[in-house]
Design a protein around this ligand. Sequence first.
Ligand code: AVI
Length: 336
Amino acid sequence: MHEQDRAASPAALSSPYGDLAFLLDLDPPASDFRHDVHEGLAATPKRLSPMYLYDERGSLFFQKITTLETYYPTRTERSLFEDNARAIGEAIGPGRAVFEYGAGSPEKIELLLSLMQDPRGYVGMDISREFLIEGMQAFAARTGLPVGAVCADFNDIATLPKDLIDPEAAWLGFFPGSTIGNISTDAAGALLRNAAATLGRGAAFLLGVDLEKDPDVLRLAYDEPAGVTAEFILNILPRIRDELGASLDIGAFKYEIDIRDNPQRIEMYVTAVDATEIRLDGRAYGFDAGERMQISRSQKYSLEGLDSLLDSTPWRRERTWIDEACPYALCLLGNG
Ligand code: AVI
């Protein structure tokens, strides 16, 4: 992923777009997938960015994961919201519009808006254009709030057409679900710095962060017997085959995880069962038996680790709500 400003140009901004106040399409380049797959297959060890997991099929797999008993982050975060609704609403303060990074879950944003005082509007940002537009249109029709959509990747700085939402509103960045753990700490720092630039001074930011915990709990959450996470990760193979025209044997790969310390993180792999190869654009990338390609990672933070990340950004942790039984934090950051 790259840190760059593909700001709004007249061609990128269309308004109105169905029920949307605006659609800002920063057009995250489609050719990046091909380029990144070549680069990732040629690398030692092989790897690919988790952002490629979220095509339409992948996003549906992930939604299914969030309903599994074994996957604790979604329900733990939801309980934190429900148990602290009043305090969170008061700490956020009245009259803010929300800008969400990764607009995958209408339930989360509805939960947030229900506890906010006088919310002024909502802008969702996501890399998956069709999924985003569909979700945002449905959301706008349901709530009647001014709703905008930004198609971009996490590290873009968007020049938001704030007047189309509410010129008076202060902004609240929203990055729930502990998705911050899916990017490196460098990329997380860049995202938070870019968020400060996008949202402006006086903004607040509500961040969901999964905290370090018992590795057995992690193993069950990320390699559950139901096998949905395996399907989610292995879905990258048909994407590479069908979208890029690669030739590969899907059955030659399986899903595997590793749990590492310092900082604690789960690494998710597709692993070649026997020697095999992926052929793409006339190049052959060989896999030895047992060779793995890292497709995702999910870092678990300590509060100290989070604070040292925030030290590289304009944000400071102002309030924190923690689930001690299944360590998870909702942090309200300020950049004031
Ligand atoms: C989106 N993200 C917070 C999930 C996580 O828990 O790291 C992605 C995921 N990967 C496998 N299971 C869930």
